[in-house]
Design a protein around this ligand. Structure first.
Ligand SMILES: [Zn+2]
Length: 276
C-alpha cells in the first residue's frame, strides 16, 4: 500500500477507464455533481436496496466503506457504476484498529487500492493527512464539509512533495436534519455549474429520515446496526420529505444530466477539465 512514487506520479488506477466517459460528460455540459455514500456499518439489506435504486437509474456513485460484507462485495462487482473508497474511523475506540495506522491499513484491506476517502466524523489533522499521503493509495479526499457553499472547486493540498486533491462537499443528509429549514429538494442546488458533492448514509435513505427518531428506534431494536433485519425497519420508513426523497430526486436529475464518481474529479483535474 505504500505510495512512494514521487510528487508528479498520481495513482488514478481504475478511474482511467472512465476518462472517456468523463470527458464526454464535460464536453456535453453535464453537471459536476456526485452522489457519495458513507456506509457507516449499515446492514446488507439496506446497502443492497440503495445500490439497486442507483442501478435502476444507472447513476454512478462513490461508496465510502466502513466494513467488509457480502453487500460490499456485490458493489465491487459493478465497477461501471460504483467506486469504492474508504471511510476510516479515526475516533478513539474505533472498531477498525487500535492506532490510526491500523485503522488506515484495515480500511485498505477492505478496499485494496482505494483512491478516494472521507473520514468518519470528518476527523482530520495535518499528521493524519501526512500518514494517508505516505502510507496509502488515496489520491482524493472528500472530508471537507462546506454546507451549501457555492463556487466549490477541487483544491491541491501539497505536503512534503506529495499532492492530495481535496474536493469539498456541500450537502449531507444528517446535517440537513439539523438545519432550521432543511433543504430536501436538492435538485435546485444543481442549477449552478460548480462542483456539488452530496453525502448520504444508506440507512437514512432507506428510512427516508427527516430526523433521527426512526434511526434511534432502529438502534434500540438492533444495537449492532449491521445485524438489523428488514422487519425491524419496516414500520420506521417515513413518507414525505427526507433523505430518501432527496436521494430519489437527485437520482432523477443525475440520470438525465450525467453522473460521476469521486475518482472522476481527479481524472478531470488531471485532464484540465471543467471542474478545475
Ligand atoms: Zn461516517
Amino acid at each position: 500500500m505504500n505510495r512512494d512514487t514521487g510528487a508528479k506520479e498520481i495513482p488514478i488506477d481504475n478511474s482511467l477507464q472512465h476518462a472517456e466517459t468523463v470527458r464526454r460528460n464535460a464536453e456535453g455540459g453535464a453537471i459536476a455533481a456526485a452522489i457519495t455514500l458513507d456506509t457507516d456499518w449499515a446492514p446488507d439489506f439496506v446497502i443492497d436496496e440503495i445500490a439497486a435504486r442507483l442501478a435502476r437509474r444507472e447513476v454512478r456513485a462513490t461508496w465510502f466503506v466502513t466494513h467488509p460484507s457480502p453487500a460490499i462485495e456485490r458493489l465491487r462487482r459493478r465497477p461501471d457504476l460504483f467506486e469504492l473508497g474508504i471511510h476510516p474511523n479515526f475516533l478513539s475506540g474505533s472498531t477498525q484498529g487500535a492506532s490510526s495506522l491500523d485503522v488506515l491499513r484495515n480500511c485498505l484491506e477492505t478496499v485494496p487500492g482505494a483512491t478516494s476517502m472521507r473520514t468518519h466524523a470528518l476527523v482530520q489533522s495535518t499528521p493524519l493527512l501526512d500518514m494517508v499521503m505516505k502510507q496509502s493509495s488515496i489520491a482524493t479526499d472528500v472530508s471537507l464539509f462546506l454546507p451549501h457553499m457555492e463556487g466549490v472547486r477541487p483544491i491541491e493540498y501539497w505536503w512534503q512533495g506529495r499532492m492530495l486533491l481535496r474536493v469539498p462537499y456541500v450537502w449531507e443528509d444528517d446535517f440537513e436534519m439539523e438545519c432550521p429549514r432543511p433543504a430536501w429538494s436538492v435538485a435546485a442546488m444543481l442549477e449552478t455549474p460548480d462542483v456539488k458533492i452530496f453525502d448520504f448514509h444508506p440507512i437514512h435513505v432507506y428510512l427516508n429520515s427527516g430526523d433521527l427518531n426512526a434511526y434511534n428506534t432502529l438502534k434500540q431494536r438492533a444495537p449492532r446496526l449491521q445485524g438489523a433485519r428488514p422487519d425491524q425497519a419496516a414500520d420506521l420508513i417515513a413518507t414525505g420529505s427526507g433523505a430518501g426523497s432527496a436521494f430519489d430526486e437527485l437520482l432523477h436529475a443525475l440520470a438525465a444530466a450525467g453522473s460521476r464518481c469521486i475518482s472522476d474529479f481527479r481524472v478531470e483535474y488531471e485532464l484540465g477539465g471543467r471542474s478545475r
